[in-house]
Design a protein around this ligand. Sequence first.
Ligand SMILES: [Zn+2]
Length: 301
Amino acid sequence: MKFIDPHIHVTSRTTDDYEAMQAAGIVAIIEPAFWLGQPRTKVGSFQDYFNSLVGFERFRASQFGIKHYCTIGLNSKEANNERLAEQVMELLPLYVGKEGVVAVGEIGYDDQTPAEDKYYRMQLELAKEVDMPVMIHTPHRDKKRGTTRSMDVCIEHGLKPEMVVVDHNNEETVQEVLDRGFWAAFTIYPHTKMGSERMVDIVKQYGPERIIVDSAADWGVSDPLAVPKTAKLMLDKGIPEEHVHQVCYQNALAAYSQSGQMKESDWEDVAIDQREKYSGNSVLRGGQTPKVKGSSDIVEN
Ligand SMILES: [Zn+2]
């Protein structure tokens, strides 16, 4: 089975992760711009980060046979540094139109402060202006109210629900998100919060329409194989294969292909050639043998 993980911060992951993801059937991923665990102090740090999302990380993923896309945005935590946020806002229009950028995101609320609200609204306006999908990060604290508010503000700004993916849902939020016509994404956190077992129950209860499964794996305790593992559990628990395909592949493709930047043929004939370099840099270290793999054959080099 093929999978898309439409929310994973692979910049923080290892080459072992990439190899395991590819072996498990992940063909494409979306890496949302987010915060890196500590606040950035200069706009140049954001610029270099955005450059890596549309540049080196795309290349690195390709070296392991995975198609990499990203979203560009100012995350809610760092929106609270207004002086810096203003400068980041000036950068965003330069990046949202770049190749492989499939949404404005992940944006939304963290503590639901006035500054977060201000930059969330500005970025919704940007998304509307360039006709791009939006990826929303809903707050982990006061989630129900924060999720409702995130959608209210989208509607207030005239965004179409079908252009907006609301992420980090749970049992308390899913009904409203689906009722209002938004995409409802679920982040599978190992050990806590939203686990695979609960995801199975949600798909059983609500069906596969507009539901999306992702890992949001990053630099914290998380699992880059959360999507294929959850898919397997769904199949084991009797969810039909078409439904699993829909929530672990097709819905993400439908939502983010609205950007015009993502299509199935992008990964139909994927080839791996680790002899390739990015600005002179290889993923290989001294003396390692490059893997060269066409769509159907492996050529020893
Ligand atoms: Zn994230």
